[in-house]
Design a protein around this ligand. Sequence first.
Ligand code: G3P
Length: 217
Amino acid sequence: MKFFIDTANLAQIKEAKDLGILDGVTTNPSLMAKEGIKGQEAIYNHYKTICELVDGDISAEVISTDFAGIVEEGKKLAAIHPNIVVKVPMIKDGVKAIKWFTDNGIRTNCTLIFSAGQAILAAKAGAAYVSPFIGRIDDSGWEGTELIAQLAHIFTVQGYETEILAASIRNANHIIKCAELGADVVTSPLESILALLKHPLTDLGLAKFLEDAKKTA
Ligand code: G3P
């Protein structure tokens, strides 16, 4: 399973990269706004900086919702860097645009996936990735990781090449469940990645080893 970081914060991207486990980055308009980045030029420059920082797929999201607008915007985003993957929302014009991008050699990540039906449509249109939002499904009273299991099964049975990119990760257990259930990629905030490191018995065990090491000094 590949590890992407779900942020537009450069310091957090660097920290995940320095850990040596980072395969890519996902962003969205909310994450860009959180960093205070405003205006198309600043946003595109920020994507370029991220692409220069991380050697992997970088998802950049369109904000148009009509076919022509999504295509025009996606072409501009894809021109920023070869590693840009155009993130397109799961709407009717989005599916049409994903098919257009597929036919024209531009890779896409279909975002805001909440059901197997939506993921099947995106895969049929040729999306490189589908992004099921498991934390938001949990928030709505369902079990988000069940969608990951369902998609892993369907994509295997159908032989889809589209990768399942689990998004809206809220904790370390989400990442572990995604690995167990067959997600191809997990995109996560830095906090949840770092939480994978933690176990109280590791801390206790290390303290004891270091204490005993003093006896052998
Ligand atoms: O990048 C999309 C997704 O990961 C959003 O997560 O926490 O806003 O539900 P969240």
